[in-house]
Design a protein around this ligand. Structure first.
Ligand SMILES: Nc1ncnc2c1ncn2[C@@H]1O[C@H](COP(=O)(O)OP(=O)(O)OP(=O)(O)O)[C@@H](O)[C@H]1O
Length: 691
């Protein structure tokens, strides 16, 4: 492949968007049939977003916003912090939080469309990436996950390489992203990797939330130039941008200025200067126009002035700047009114009307084109590589498990068959299946990181929930087998549990099954509780309760009925593990009695009368129950993710809607002149953005 044909410009970055090679590669090799016009014309009219707050109050985050974005143009959303830029992007891309209610019209190619789960690509503010992979690996795995199976790997690789060059990542292509123990690429490079992952599939519609935040001026210029280049390839690009430099500002085609959820200006970026002058706020000489616009509409300046005046730290002198002669609140009012009465507003409305009348192509979901098997396989390999490189994922646990099992081994060394060994064996099994399995909770922070990556990729339609659950189960298997077989072997032979190969195999299998159940339980918790401290506390609490009813701390027949005995002890995996292991260890052994003149005690007698074990059930049945619990927890994990995606937002939305109605505001959907309604619905997933 002629990758060399891409000659990086200047600092090694190819500015100006997709190179002709990658564009043609994409079309040729994916064999994508572009029937008709596949460009994305996005129009929104009278978009209002109301959020319900925790105390039952409501807040208007966006108020009757109208605008449009066309293929071939780069639209920048600008405004002070809290003005509603991210909310507008979320509303347009179908990602509003469940407590947010949308009314108004959003049309893609003149039609109502669902833009979530891959139809539009969205680069969010947080760069949730896998820290142990290099930049090239990250993009390559993403290519395998999403490009069609029939596309040759050499072609996929060529596309990956051209994307790396396009985002100027060649110098750090073989550097790891970085995590808590690995020093990786810089923050700016992470941003560029996040963008690279989304442009890989050449989406027709691309949303970016603050793609230049945290970047130095050269990187910010480069990223913006790349986005502009993408738009020049016929794509529709909308990005929120914070405090752009004058060079970056010059790259915008259209500017959407927001303040407190209201439109201050929407039109050609180059004409904003004139609009501000006409409204009575001309940009002073030698001031960056974007700084001036934001200075005029950032009401925080009023608070800052008041605070400084109050504390006598600052004397305000009148100068020529009109912004200093009025409060920012007044300036915003004047600008909003001027815009409503301006020709910019009229021409925008006309354009929106015109766009709404043209019914264009229905765009396919831009999600993955790879088969389910390819997705599951790639995710398994990627997850396996990550687990093997992340010291904290399994290796640290292996060390701790070995240390703890050596401790167990020395404390119960050659436990034997004396009278006191009866209780010692019971205690040893209880410790192994209670505490040792409990230590698996240590993997929770890594699960939470995995879930963050999953959520980002899932929302952009990279793969399905099923592929993720399967891959997560398979990739962990070799590590769990290694950990449990090594530590189980140490424990089994040091303590000298029941001799015999099958007894040894049962012990380690039982340990493996128990540890995997804990892993699956913690994954299920991670799918609902994204905070790792809370997740660990919940996981520890659940396991503590399970341990209590395992049959060791209270004998099975003494566990209070009905709740603790049924269902709790049967749900507890510790219960099945102990029942199986007690049989595995004691059955067939003969123990000394309290005094030598009393007859010896058979293991079966102890099992039935001391540990109250159900002897009619084989230990292999106990093991099967444990193994089926793994499957049940994985199904719960799958269901939890689905519920989180589909049902939880609906329920939260319903509660918030009731609250708003109770307060007297009507959040009902608005039927627009286009006949389209937007309402809080199942598709308005998602986890509210962290704020
Ligand atoms: N789901 C929500 N629940 C409660 N408040 C919300 C919600 N979504 C947005 N808001 C509020 O709406 C306002 C606008 O938020 P938004 O994140 O859209 O602003 P922004 O312009 O993107 O800010 P920044 O530049 O700081 O990211 C803020 O006051 C925010 O707290």
């Amino acid at each position: 492949m002629e990758i060399e044909a891409h000659k990086p410009a200047g600092n090694g970055m190819v500015v100006g968007g997709l190179s002709p090679l990658s564009e043609s590669l994409w079309k040729d090799k994916t064999h994508t049939e572009f029937v008709g016009d596949v460009s994305a014309r996005l129009a929104w009219k009278d978009l209002t977003v109301v959020v319900s707050l925790g105390n039952g109050d409501t807040q208007n985050v966006l108020e009757k916003l109208s605008g449009y974005a066309e293929p071939g143009s780069f639209t920048a959303l600008m405004g002070p912090s809290g003005s509603g830029k991210s909310t507008l992007l979320d509303a347009l891309s179908g990602r509003l939080a469940a407590n947010a209610f949308l009314s108004g019209t959003i049309l893609l190619n003149g039609r109502r469309a669902n833009l979530s789960f891959g139809t539009a690509a969205y680069v969010t503010q947080d760069d949730n990436l896998i820290g142990t992979l290099t930049v090239r690996e990250t993009i390559s795995y993403s290519a395998r996950l999403r490009l069609p199976d029939r596309m040759a790997w050499s072609d996929k690789r060529a596309l990956v390489e051209s994307t790396i060059i396009e985002m100027g990542l060649q110098d750090c292509a073989d550097t790891v992203i970085g995590n808590w123990h690995l020093r990786g690429i810089s923050g700016g490079e992470r941003r560029r990797v996040s963008i690279a992952l989304e442009i890989l599939m050449r989406p027709r519609l691309l949303f970016l939330d603050e793609p230049t935040s945290g970047l130095d001026s050269a990187s910010a210029f480069f990223v913006t130039q790349t986005l502009r280049g993408l738009s020049r390839d016929g794509r529709t690009v909308i990005a929120s941008i914070h405090q752009p430099s004058s060079e970056v500002f010059e790259l915008f085609d259209r500017l959407y200025l927001l303040s407190s959820g209201k439109t201050v200006y929407f039109g050609q970026a180059s004409e904003a200067y004139e609009f501000f002058a006409q409204a009575g706020f001309p940009c002073p000489a030698l001031r960056n126009p974007s700084d001036h616009f934001l200075r005029c509409i950032n009401s925080d300046f009023d608070k800052v002035k008041a605070t400084l005046k109050g504390s006598m730290k600052m004397r305000f002198e009148m100068n020529d700047d009109p912004v200093d002669r009025v409060t920012t609140a007044e300036a915003i009012r004047t600008l909003v009114d001027s815009y409503r009465a301006s020709q910019y507003c009229y021409s925008a409305k006309e354009k929106i009307e015109e766009m709404s009348k043209i019914k264009g192509t229905v765009l396919d979901s831009g999600g993955s084109q790879a088969s389910f098997l390819m997705q599951a396989f790639t995710l398994t390999i990627r997850s396996f590589v990550n687990m093997s490189r992340d010291f904290g994922y399994y290796w640290l646990r292996l060390v701790i498990y070995l240390v703890v099992t050596v401790c167990i081994g020395t404390i119960y060394l050659n436990v034997g068959t004396s009278y006191s060994a009866i209780l010692a064996r019971g205690a040893c099994a209880s410790f192994v299946f209670g505490f040792v399995t409990f230590m698996s909770i240590g993997g929770f922070p890594s699960f939470v990181e995995d879930m963050k990556v999953f959520q980002r990729e899932r929302l952009n339609g990279h793969y399905g929930v099923g592929a993720f659950v399967i891959s997560n189960t398979l990739s962990a298997m070799p590590f769990l087998i290694l950990i449990t077989f090594l530590s189980g072997t140490v424990c089994y032979f040091m303590v000298r549990l029941h001799p015999g190969f099958m007894h040894y195999v049962f012990f380690v299998l039982c340990l493996y099954a128990s540890v995997t159940v804990v892993e699956s339980l913690m994954m299920a918790i991670a799918s609902v509780v994204p905070n790792f401290l809370m997740g660990i506390i919940i996981g520890a609490g659940i396991q503590g309760i399970f341990m209590l009813v395992s049959g060791y701390f209270r004998l099975p027949n003494d566990i209070p009925k009905p709740f603790w005995r049924y269902p709790m002890s049967y749900i507890s995996f510790h219960f099945w593990a102990l029942q199986g292991q007690y049989q595995n260890d004691l059955k067939g052994l003969i123990f000394d009695n309290q005094t030598p003149d009393l007859p010896k005690i058979p293991g079966e007698y102890i099992l039935e009368n001391v540990f109250q074990i159900d002897m009619n059930r084989s230990k292999w049945v106990d093991l099967s129950v444990l193994l089926s619990m793994i499957i049940i927890y994985r199904i719960i994990f799958f269901v939890m993710i689905k519920v989180n995606e589909d049902v939880t937002p609906w329920v939260r939305g319903y509660i918030a809607r009731r609250r708003i109605q109770h307060k007297g505001t009507n959040p009902s959907t608005t039927v627009t002149p286009f006949g389209l309604t937007q309402s809080p619905s199942l598709r308005a997933y998602v986890q509210p953005r962290p704020r």
